[in-house]
Ligand binder design. Structure first.
Ligand code: HEC
Length: 281
């Protein structure tokens, strides 16, 4: 390429980038909801004008305070979409971070126990910046929030912010049977709790023995299982707060608070990891 051609190419690329930026800025954010045989797209503005939108006040574990949102019951948004008892809803954020919500919770109509809402940020009244987010972003434009009876606990990961898409999927164990615990392990065993907590809290970033779709952190099962190369007390410390073990500026894994993962549930995750290491041998 001559110097002139290169300049022209650079100018054209610049113009295209500018046009793309313009059209993105002009578009209202959308949420895509995909069932097994249909896809619907909702625009932020249209959702805010939906007759079922109301004010919902919740104790918000992500903002760590009481918050009031304009929100629509998730069950209303999912009306007409088949969600079987065992199905999950994959909630994907615009940065591709994703978490799997049990469908029976997300579409619950037993609202005395638990009710999920889609909170919609109004561009005219933006939400505050999320605590701990260096980019100062809010939880918007779409955010899944939960109203629940005091006896019901909800994994903090289920408060899915920066939401871009919801997709009905099979349960994680159906999709990734290699995670499962053997039939010889009794119901109620800690190893089962560990698997459940691992799916809820870790799989958004980590795969295990190649299973899952997390891609931010290392596979925790192979080539070597983490319980084979970490001393167990150090591994537990690391899961609780990675910075208590090692530090560098671009560290991504956040500490997990005992309110989101109790000490005994953390032990249970490590038990499950160790169980899977033994199962492989
Ligand atoms: C937000 C994404 C994210 C979540 C959620 C997450 N991790 Fe991580 N994890 C990472 C990343 C990224 C690393 C690599 C080190 C870093 O950047 O902090 C890591 C590193 C690790 C390591 C060290 C592995 C090694 O070989 O050095 C372990 C063990 C670990 N995570 C376990 C867990 C467990 C158990 C959970 C669930 C309780 C979890 N992580 C949840 C992102 C995450």
């Amino acid at each position: 390429m001559t110097a002139a051609a290169r300049l022209l190419a650079a100018a054209l690329l610049g113009a295209v980038a500018w046009l793309v930026t313009l059209s993105v800025a002009a578009q209202s954010p959308t949420l895509t909801v995909t069932g097994r045989d249909s896809t619907r797209t909702f625009a932020q503005k249209a959702l805010l004008a939906h007759p079922e939108v109301r004010s919902v006040t919740v104790a918000d574990p992500v903002y760590r305070r009481t918050m009031t949102y304009r929100a629509i019951p998730l069950a209303v948004l999912l009306k007409g979409i088949r969600i079987d008892a065992d199905d999950h809803l994959q909630a994907r954020a615009f940065d591709n971070f994703s978490v799997s919500l049990p469908g029976r919770l997300a579409a619950s109509t037993d609202i005395a126990q638990i009710e999920a809402f889609l909170a919609i940020e109004d561009p005219a009244a933006p939400w505050p910046a999320l605590p701990d987010k260096p980019d100062k972003s809010s939880a918007g434009p779409f955010y899944i929030i939960w109203r629940r009876a005091p006896s019901v606990t909800i994994s903090q990961e289920y408060w899915a912010y920066h939401l871009a898409a919801l997709t009905v999927t099979d349960s994680p164990l159906k999709r990734w049977p290699g995670l499962a615990v053997g039939a010889d392990v009794p119901a109620g065993d800690r190893i089962r709790t560990g698997l459940d907590r691992f799916i809820a809290l870790c799989m958004s970033c980590h795969r295990f023995n190649g299973e899952g779709e997390g891609n931010q952190g290392p596979d925790l099962g192979r080539p070597m299982n983490v319980t084979d190369y970490f001393q167990i007390p150090a591994l537990k410390k690391l899961i609780r707060n990675p910075q208590s073990v090692r530090q560098w500026p671009d560290q991504k894994m956040q500490p997990v608070d005992p309110s989101a993962l109790s000490d005994s549930d953390l032990d249970a995750i490590v038990d499950w990891l160790a169980y899977k290491a033994k199962q492989r041998r």
